[in-house]
Design a protein around this ligand. Structure first.
Ligand code: MN
Length: 247
C-alpha cells in the first residue's frame, strides 16, 4: 500500500485524516509544519503528499515549489488541502505544481478518490508533470446538451481545428505588445471554452482578458501559458471522448 505524508498543522484534521487513511490500509506519516514536511519528504520518500496550504514556518506553496524544483522529489504527487474553495484556487494549485486539491471540510469519498488517483499516477510516473485534474466534466457537458453526443463531437472538432490558431494569435499579440488584440482574442476563446463547461479554461481566459484590459502584459504572458495548458488538456479530453463515442 502507498505511503502518504500528511502535512497539516490542525491537530484535529491531522488525526481525522490519518485515521481515515489508515483504516483504508495506507501507511501515514504526519508533519505539523512546512519545514518538517519538507524534511520528512526527503527522509521518507512518500508515494503521495497531502499538503495543507496555511502552515507554520513554511507555507504549503513554498514547500511545493521546493519539492517540485528538486529532481529527487518532483515526481511525488501533491494534493493541496485548502480552507476555502476560492475561485481560482485550482489554477493557483496548478501554477504551483500541485496535482490536485481538496477543499475543507474534506469529504471522505473525495479524499479516497483523490488519493487513489494520485497514488495510481505515482506508480506509473514517467516524469510527465502534467496535472491530472480533469478539464471537463463530460457527464455534465452531455447533460447540458441533452445527451446529444453528436453535437458535442461536432463542437469538439470545431474547437480542435480553431483553437491552435486562436492561441497563436494571442501569442503574437503578447509579442507585439498589442493589449487590445490580446483582450479581444482572450474574450473570444473564453466563449469557445465556455461551451464545454470547462471551468478552469474559462477562468484562465477571463484572467487573461482582465490583465490585457489593464495593460499588464508581463502578467498576461504567464496567464497565457496557463490558458495554453488548460486548452491543451481540454483538447486531449475531448479527443478521448470522441474516440470513446465512436467505438
Ligand atoms: Mn493550516
Amino acid at each position: 500500500m502507498p505511503k502518504i505524508l500528511l502535512v497539516e498543522d490542525n491537530e484535529m484534521n491531522r488525526d481525522m485524516l490519518s485515521r481515515r487513511l489508515q483504516r483504508k490500509g495506507y501507511t501515514v506519516v504526519t508533519a505539523e509544519d512546512g519545514e518538517k514536511g519538507l524534511l520528512l519528504t526527503r527522509s521518507e520518500m512518500p508515494d503521495l503528499i497531502l499538503m495543507d496550504i496555511s502552515l507554520p514556518l513554511m507555507g504549503g506553496w513554498e514547500v511545493t515549489r521546493l519539492l517540485k524544483a528538486d529532481d529527487s522529489t518532483r515526481h511525488i504527487p501533491i494534493i493541496a488541502l485548502t480552507a476555502h474553495a476560492l475561485k481560482g484556487d485550482r489554477e493557483r494549485c496548478i501554477e504551483a505544481g500541485m496535482d490536485d486539491y481538496l477543499s475543507k471540510p474534506i469529504e471522505a469519498q473525495k479524499l479516497f478518490d483523490a488519493v487513489e488517483t494520485a497514488a495510481h499516477k505515482s506508480e506509473g510516473a514517467t516524469g510527465n508533470d502534467r496535472p491530472h485534474i480533469r478539464a471537463v466534466d463530460i457527464d455534465a457537458l452531455l447533460k447540458s446538451f441533452d445527451g446529444d453526443r453528436e453535437l458535442v463531437s461536432m463542437l469538439a472538432k470545431v474547437f480542435a481545428d480553431s483553437s491552435p490558431g486562436q492561441l497563436s494569435e494571442l501569442d503574437d499579440a503578447v509579442t507585439r505588445g498589442d493589449a487590445e488584440a490580446l483582450a479581444s482574442g482572450a474574450h473570444a476563446l473564453r466563449g469557445s471554452v465556455a461551451n464545454f463547461r470547462a471551468e478552469a479554461a474559462v477562468d484562465a481566459a477571463t484572467r487573461l482578458e482582465r490583465l490585457a484590459r489593464t495593460g499588464d502584459l508581463a502578467a498576461a504572458d504567464s496567464a497565457l501559458a496557463v490558458l495554453q495548458n488548460e486548452i491543451e488538456q481540454l483538447r486531449e479530453e475531448l479527443e478521448t471522448f470522441e474516440q470513446v463515442s465512436l467505438s
